[in-house]
Design a binder for this molecule. Sequence first.
Ligand SMILES: [Mn+2]
Length: 192
Amino acid sequence: MISINRETKETSIHLELDMLGGPEVSLDTGLPFFDHMLNAMAFHGGFTLKIQAKGDIEVDPHHLIEDTGLVLGDALMQCFEETGAVSRYGHSVIPMDDALSEVTIDVCRRPYLVLQADWPQMSAGNFDFFLVKEFLQALANRGGLNIHAICRYGENSHHMAEALFKALGRALFQAFKPAGSSSSGMSTKGMI
Ligand SMILES: [Mn+2]
């Protein structure tokens, strides 16, 4: 189990992550829709994620969502360094009613985010769908991840985002599975 505490003047985040621990999820970020998305990610990814976060969400949820992405990215980087050899690639396509979303990941220490999503509605509750990009960018930067997140189509932003977070969970689970003694998951360069 990886455990991280991060405190700044804007946010305070405690996160526990175990990619091999089974789907045990406990979330309290103070943002119910964001909790709903993180729960979809971890539950369908099948890993253990516990987050308690407080922040200046009355100013703007931006800081809290970005910082949660940073801390989850740090935890994944730690997981990569502790595991030594991870499977490296992960890919998942998930439907939800009208929406179809996909995520492809490379654990490669070369942070890069591609997000394609035309949100039909701009927000759900006090959650602005533009914040999905802030979360994923922070996750990519700190996790050393190449993330391609594509909402292929959909009529309902909630469904598109929820399918995207489920696909993210599944892709992360695949990518962070230990590669074992085989070097096939690493790199032709011999190291990542
Ligand atoms: Mn939902």
